[in-house]
Design a protein around this ligand. Structure first.
Ligand SMILES: *Cc1c(COP(=O)(O)O)cnc(C)c1O
Length: 377
């Protein structure tokens, strides 16, 4: 099956009982047992629900893995994955990971004894230099948020394998349409499905796909034990979103290319961050491991004041956190998504006060270009 076909025909489609072409929403908590322990595969919806199961099968197929799991948010998914480790274990993470990932590692899971080191994983030597006897995993976000740095996943997988570590990849920005980390050697891929997979700013969800039976059993045990599951209605909305992921990603990308061209030549823009630009420091790696460069662009307008003026003037770019939806969004990472990272650390990473991030939507690109032109003037 090719990629767009798989998004529509992967997993479980329709309902064998009625012929309905859409998977029904099984809004149910418990299931009748014929006798004690005799049931049709479902006992209680925390453990398993047919609508959630259909979504889990779909994402498993789309990410080319062994089993899929749906959670109530991206953070619930990330936290569940971290529960695979024990107190005293150590994980190496990308330094500009999603702010919430940094927060859960440094303010919550650290209290339970899980140790974390944040390094620039776009240089594999930095990962290797930080491996300790208690290191259990490498956790990579690529492209990163908001600077769109790229880590070579094949190289990271090679290192992880040599050193007996798990490789975990947050694939939220690329989506499986553009990048399939398990096929490149990762063991676990996860998503904030709130973003591109849902795609319509109407559902908060997280997804995980693992590459082995062992990890599938362990993660299902954690999902059922800790209970951060996705409800049936949200599971259904997410399946609906995933069906159009291919055409949406193609269109996000086409619009983004034109916007990047415009930004690069604009005198008010000091710097543009986009992995599709030949000037991007990791462009060659991006070309090797991604089928497309995505719809996220960051650019620096020089100061916080100028950035706030721009945000106040745009009409079609909605000022909001989040990304990956049909509507174009604009944000100021230093004051919004990355506000939970201390200022000194932000400056170290290059997340300046003048850095603006846009998530290019599916509007007519001419409207978006005119809007940016008037707001930057
Ligand atoms: C939004 C986001 C998350 C967190 O997901 P939620 O669904 O908001 O809990 C994790 N990683 C990345 C890259 C994100 O953009």
């Amino acid at each position: 099956m090719r990629r767009k076909t798989k998004l529509i025909h992967g997993g479980i489609s329709g309902d064998p009982h009625t012929g309905a072409v859409s998977v029904p929403i099984y809004q149910v908590s418990t299931y009748k047992q014929e006798g004690v322990g005799k049931h049709k595969g479902y006992e209680y919806s925390r453990t398993g629900n047919p609508t959630r199961h259909a979504l889990e099968e779909l994402i498993k197929d789309v990410e080319e893995g062994y089993a899929g799991f749906a959670f109530s948010s991206g953070m619930a998914a990330i936290t569940a994955v971290m529960m695979l480790f024990n107190s005293g274990d150590h994980v190496i993470l990308t330094d500009d990971v999603y702010g919430g990932t940094y927060r859960v590692m440094t303010k919550v899971l650290n209290r339970l004894g899980l140790e974390a080191t944040f390094v620039d994983t776009s240089d594999i030597a930095n990962i290797e230099a930080n491996i300790r006897p208690n290191t259990k995993a490498i956790y990579i976000e690529t492209p990163t948020n908001p600077l769109l740095k790229i880590t070579d996943l094949e190289q990271a997988a090679k290192l992880a394998k040599e050193r007996g570590l798990l490789l975990i990849v947050d694939n939220t920005f690329s989506t499986p349409y553009w990048q399939t980390p398990l096929a490149l050697g990762a063991n676990i891929v996860l998503h904030s499905a709130t973003k591109y997979l849902g795609g319509h700013s109407d559902v908060v969800a997280g997804l995980v796909v693992v590459d082995s039976e062992q990890l599938a059993n362990d993660l299902h045990f954690i999902q059922n034990s800790t209970g951060g599951i996705l409800g049936p209605h949200d599971s259904w909305l997410l399946m609906r979103g995933i069906k159009t992921l291919g055409i949406r990603m193609e269109e996000h990308e086409a619009n983004t290319r034109k916007i990047v061209e415009f930004l690069v030549q604009h005198p008010a823009v000091k710097k543009v961050y986009y992995p599709g630009l030949p000037s991007h420091p990791n462009h060659e790696i991006a070309k090797k491991q991604m089928r497309g460069f995505g719809g996220m662009v960051s650019f620096d307008v020089g100061s916080g004041e100028k950035a706030e003026q721009l945000l106040a003037r745009v009409r079609y770019f909605t000022l909001a956190e989040s990304l990956g939806a049909v509507e174009s969004l604009i944000s100021l990472p230093a004051k919004m998504t990355h506000a939970s990272i201390p200022k000194e650390r932000r400056e170290e990473l290059g997340i300046t006060d003048g850095l603006v991030r846009i998530s290019v939507g599916l509007e007519d690109v001419e409207d978006l270009l005119e809007d940016l032109a008037q707001a930057l003037a």
